[in-house]
Design a protein around this ligand. Structure first.
Ligand SMILES: [Mg+2]
Length: 318
């Protein structure tokens, strides 16, 4: 069972943990994306994939991260750069421009939903409307990158802004209640954990803030005994499996290893597990042997630290 509350971890360490936890888990999962749990065991032995090895179907370098962290970096840099001088929250047009620049760099790993939406954005649809609003469009490409909004709006008095910007951060690529609502659920958890709340309180607060679609999903998952829901590319299963992996383990390392060894969309299930578990256990709990080789580690730490500071000091709400 996950550690419920450890008062010795600072809010800043938890904020850094959410951002770096996402990146580290994404990099760890890149090795086993698109493979089955059985294939992972065959290749790496009974303990499975536990080290930064790179490789995988897309032949990543050791410590490199995939589209999950690349898009998260767009959101992180957008929030820092647009709020450094004048505090306004998320500027979705700025975020959209960064997503298009990333799309134009021809990233090797890009989901279909994201690719279609960014093509619409590039051809002139405003960023707030370029995501697919079809209720059946439920992929996990927005929730995999949402953590910076939770870091910025971590203070309890800023719940309105947290929910607003969580949905808005999804909008350029995902506008369905399930896909965008997933960002709200995960970011409320991240904000609660950064504030030092227990995992159970964070979950209860996320359920309370969630839209009806997500309240139903969480209630059914709770009633079913909080099971693993597989590692598919859907937002529902991704978030529930991430929560299962955190609740059934006791450390950041165990949670993330359990998540990526489900294979399939391993990097993204890892990323979502990492962004929540990182806020629970803090940056200091991420294994040093992973951080040592993690690409752009210092850049992510600096940006996460600055964003957390903007959230702490902003004049919008007390
Ligand atoms: Mg990926």
């Amino acid at each position: 069972m996950a550690d419920s509350q450890n008062k010795s971890i600072t809010s800043l360490d938890r904020a850094r943990g959410s951002v770096l936890g996402l990146v580290a888990a994404d990099a760890l999962g890149s090795t086993v994306e698109f493979t089955s749990p059985e294939q992972i065991k065959q290749k790496f032995g009974p303990a499975g994939q536990t080290e930064m090895r790179g490789g995988g179907l897309l032949n990543w370098a050791v410590g490199d991260y995939t589209d999950d962290s690349q898009m998260m970096l767009c959101l992180l840099e957008s929030l820092v750069e647009t709020n450094r001088e004048t505090f306004t929250g998320l500027d979705v047009a700025d975020l959209g421009r960064r997503f298009v620049a990333w799309y134009d760099s021809h990233p090797p790993d890009i989901g279909l939903t994201v690719s279609n939406a960014l093509a619409r954005l590039k051809s002139g649809t405003p960023a707030a409307f370029s995501g697919d609003a079809n209720p059946e469009s439920q992929a996990n490409g927005a929730v995999m990158r949402c953590a910076p909004v939770g870091v910025l709006w971590h203070r309890p008095a800023q719940r309105f802004e947290l929910v607003r910007d969580s949905l808005l951060s999804a909008a350029p690529t995902h506008r369905s209640p399930v896909a965008a609502g997933a960002c709200m659920v995960v970011n409320v958890m991240i904000a609660e954990l950064i504030s030092g709340q227990t995992l159970e309180t964070a979950l209860a607060q996320a359920r309370a803030a969630a839209n009806p679609e997500w309240q139903k999903v969480l209630d059914e998952w709770n009633a079913a005994g909080r099971p693993h829901r597989g590692n598919s590319g859907w937002a529902l299963s991704t978030v529930l499996t991430a929560l299962h992996c955190i609740i059934t383990t006791s450390t950041f390392e165990e949670a993330v290893i359990k998540a990526v060894n489900g294979g399939d969309d391993a990097d993204t299930v890892g990323a979502v597990t990492g962004e929540i578990a990182g806020a629970l256990y803090g940056y200091s709990a991420i294994p040093a042997r992973w951080l040592k080789v993690l690409k752009d580690r210092e850049k992510f730490i600096e940006l996460a630290t600055e964003l957390f500071g903007i959230g702490e000091n902003n004049p919008v709400a007390s």
